[in-house]
Design a protein. Structure first.
Length: 131
């Protein structure tokens, strides 16, 4: 009984394999459009359930840093505009979701000293999302 299950698992894994934008082999259990939809849905939930920062200076700063990162993402990987939201939370974190969504918590702005440090964080998150 275990052998057919193992064979089935291997076949599913092999048929789901694809190459990333870097040429690296990876298992894809969802299509890119499905991932984009899931990312967008999660982002919408976050916007409904987490306070959004409205400080113009903070938002302009984060938007500027995010634009400097996302403009360098190859169009063959992600096309279109990125949505960037600054969430009012003490969390020291940021994230990028499929579907070109970036979230930055105000808590991370308390530990970064300049645009370069924030750019490294956002770049890291975007890089995980596009590879």
């Amino acid at each position: 009984m275990k052998l057919p299950l193992i064979i089935l698992s291997v076949l599913i894994a092999l048929t789901a394999c694809t190459s990333s934008s870097t040429g690296r082999k990876q298992v894809m259990l969802f299509s890119e459009s499905e991932l984009d939809k899931m990312g967008a849905a999660s982002f919408e939930d976050m916007k409904k359930n987490t306070p959004i920062n409205t400080d113009k200076a903070i938002n302009d700063f984060v938007q500027c840093v995010a634009r400097s990162i996302t403009k360098n993402v190859d169009k063959s990987v992600h096309q279109g505009d990125w949505e960037v939201i600054v969430f009012d939370s003490n969390q020291v974190n940021a994230f990028a979701l499929p579907g070109r969504k970036i979230g930055v918590y105000t808590g991370i702005l308390n530990v970064t000293e300049n645009q370069d440090q924030l750019g490294a964080i956002i770049g890291h998150e975007v890089g995980q999302n596009v590879i």
